[in-house]
Design a protein around this ligand. Structure first.
Ligand code: ZN
Length: 639
């Protein structure tokens, strides 16, 4: 049977304590706009098949077949390559939840059968060891769980569990879920108080076990998730400081690299590997909601404030230190050397959504939107089959990553990107009893239940190119409800909820206008939302007009790379100048703050984008750079 589709992230049920705000699940939202719908279609028809194919041609599938003794040979590749298979299955599952695709469904079942065959009888599922336990992959450790900080065993199984939960929710089938339950039972038997006390080097298992708890209601998964968080930063943890001679895993000796230097409730500064961090912050937020634990809640709020004050790019990119894929020093945000891994943007988006659902605060959705339209979307080409791992804010067109790649040796980003694109419908609306949050302006239809009554909310807009949004309410009978209409940070004159970035003064009108059935509404914006409470009649229409002037953005003086420079933003979209539009180069370009910049929609350029032009400059959306070959690119331009 299908479990009730519900709250956080994509779906789930509501236990006694949980997020007070639930996401309207992806099965209740149909995106039908001209910006995201074609991208979601491309994700289904190009990106996911491309990743499936890459996983086959790069031995990632073979590793499962070898572990199942269906094929001879050694394990190939990195010890975390199993996750590329799992994340692509998760992406495909979300797609199957909303689109009938018989071929994809069959392909997914074939892959699940291969994964299941690689599982050992007691539930252990980690092909880097199972292929040849006498000669496990480098970093995997000589025995099960022996190199927990480098092995990625629990990371691999975490992604497997997340994928299995998604597949079960999408299809109602148990073929993958049963594999996940078997592995999770083993993990819960091995780890815990009075058992093995240690933590994984790469967080992921924590949030995965919370998801498994939500579909099974088996509390041991939730308690094991909390155990892994509670154990972090404890001194009794075994230090796996010595690895194979000449090992490449030096950074694992630094406990802050894996956020294991302090108990999680005492971590107030974001440190270490950015993807690990965002996955862990997501799990901490889950636990804060499910256990109503304010210490966990306070910790993630402090970490969010730290990140948005000192460690986030204007694109939403996280992690500025390339050597260790990590958060950098205060205000260390280099543009050309920006790491800003696509996965860190994705981890951030999934975390910000949880933070919103716990607090209802708009700042989390503002940063989510900023990340979605910039640092996340830059990760994939317009063709859907080329990817950035790093997302620098400047390029000389030569130094890597000067262009997107078909795949990677470490290929975490492509499938991660695909699974986020596939679950996008669950990020548009949210609900708290009879209060409906419109968080993202994306043309769509949402099928809701308010006070036991079905209600359909239809949104029509050309966002992010235009701030005109029409929201139509349809219900069989009049329904009393509150529409919480988000006024985005960029429209409130706030580039960032901190002083890290600010808009340069402008004389342009930025005040929005709201009408109900054609008449002005004197809605008061509080905490980033205008709340309209009334008894809604069939056909009621709310129109929001958000002026979208071209804005110049300035960074805090402490950010060395941005000093004397400004960036361009319009609506939620950050702009970049590319050599191809600017006489072959962008170095040496200067744009005084007084330069008049105008915006024009060009349907023939880059799949249809709004272009910004001024004297001697043409700028395109940052996310669309490098779709016309290599060349110089810059986002922060001297003024
Ligand atoms: Zn990645």
């Amino acid at each position: 049977m299908l479990w009730p589709v519900t709250p956080y992230g994509v779906w789930a049920q509501k236990p006694s304590s949980d997020y007070p705000i639930t996401a309207v699940p992806l099965t209740s939202v149909t995106i039908n706009d001209s910006f995201w719908k074609p991208r979601m279609e491309r994700n289904r028809t190009v990106t996911i098949p491309h990743i499936f194919n890459q996983n086959e041609t790069t031995s990632r599938i073979d590793n499962f077949l070898k572990a199942a003794k269906k094929k001879p040979g050694e394990y190939q590749g990195q010890r975390y390559n199993d996750t590329d298979v799992y994340k692509s299955l998760e992406a495909a599952s979300y797609t199957l939840a909303v689109t009938k695709d018989v071929n994809l469904d069959r392909k997914v079942d074939e892959l699940i059968a291969i994964v299941a065959a690689a599982q050992e009888p007691d539930g252990y599922l980690y092909t880097p060891r199972t292929v040849d336990p006498q000669k496990p992959a480098p970093g995997a450790g000589p025995e099960r769980w022996s190199y927990l900080h480098t092995s990625h065993e629990l990371y691999d199984m975490g992604h497997m569990i997340e994928a299995a939960v998604a597949h079960h929710q999408a299809t109602g089938k148990r073929n993958f879920l049963d594999v996940a339950i078997k592995a999770a039972n083993l993990i819960a038997n091995v780890f815990g108080g009075g058992k093995r006390r240690d933590v994984p080097g790469h967080q992921e298992i924590e949030l995965a076990l919370v998801k498994l708890y939500r579909v099974t209601r088996d509390e041991k998964y939730l308690l094991t998730a909390k155990f892994f968080l509670d154990e972090r930063g404890k001194t009794h943890n075994v230090e796996h400081a010595t690895f194979e001679p000449g090992n490449r895993f030096f950074m694992y000796n630094d406990r802050s690299y894996r956020q294991d230097h302090l108990p999680v409730v005492e971590q107030a500064r974001a440190t270490g590997h950015a993807v690990r961090a965002t996955y862990m912050f997501s799990a901490i937020t889950d636990v804060a909601a499910l256990f109503n634990d304010t210490r966990f809640g306070n910790a993630v709020e402090a970490l969010f404030n730290d990140i948005t004050s000192k460690r986030i790019y204007l694109t939403g990119g996280l992690g500025s230190s390339g050597a260790t894929e990590a958060f950098g020093d205060d205000y260390a945000l280099p543009n050309e050397r920006a790491y800003a891994e696509t996965c860190a943007s994705i981890g951030g988006i999934l975390w910000y959504q949880r933070m919103f659902q716990r607090t209802g605060e708009v700042k989390y959705i503002d940063i989510l939107e900023r990340t979605l339209y910039n640092g996340y979307l830059s990760g994939v080409s317009l063709s859907g089959d080329r990817f950035f791992y790093q997302n620098p804010l400047e390029s000389d067109g030569k130094r890597a990553p000067a262009e997107r790649s078909a795949y990677f040796d470490v290929a975490c980003c492509p499938a991660n990107l695909a699974r986020l694109m596939a679950q996008l419908p669950s990020l548009v609306y949210a609900q708290r009893e009879d209060e409906i949050f419109i968080n993202q302006y994306i043309g769509s239809e949402a099928r809701l239940t308010v006070g036991g009554m079905p209600l359909t909310l239809t949104q029509t807009t050309s966002y992010p190119w235009d701030g005109h949004v029409v929201m139509r309410v349809d219900a069989a009978k009049p329904v009393e409800a509150t529409l919480a209409i988000r006024i985005p940070g960029w429209s409130r004159g706030e580039a960032m909820p901190t002083d890290l970035y600010r808009f340069a003064p402008s004389r342009a009108t930025t005040t929005g206008r709201l009408t109900l059935n054609g008449k002005p509404v004197s809605g008061v914006e509080t905490d980033g939302y205008i709340r309209l409470r009334r008894t809604w009649q069939r056909g009621d229409a709310v129109t929001l007009d958000l002026p979208m002037p071209v804005r110049r953005v300035l960074a805090n003086d402490a950010v060395e790379d941005d000093r004397g420079r400004s960036a361009i933003q319009r609506g939620p979209v950050v702009y970049a100048v590319e050599a191809i539009d600017n006489g072959g180069k962008v170095t040496g370009m200067t744009i005084p703050l007084s330069t008049l910049l105008t915006a024009t929609y060009d349907k023939s350029l880059l799949g249809g984008v709004t272009v910004i032009r001024g004297r001697g400059i043409t700028a395109i959306p940052y996310f669309a750079w490098n779709n016309r070959g290599r060349g110089e690119m810059a986002t922060w331009i001297p003024y």
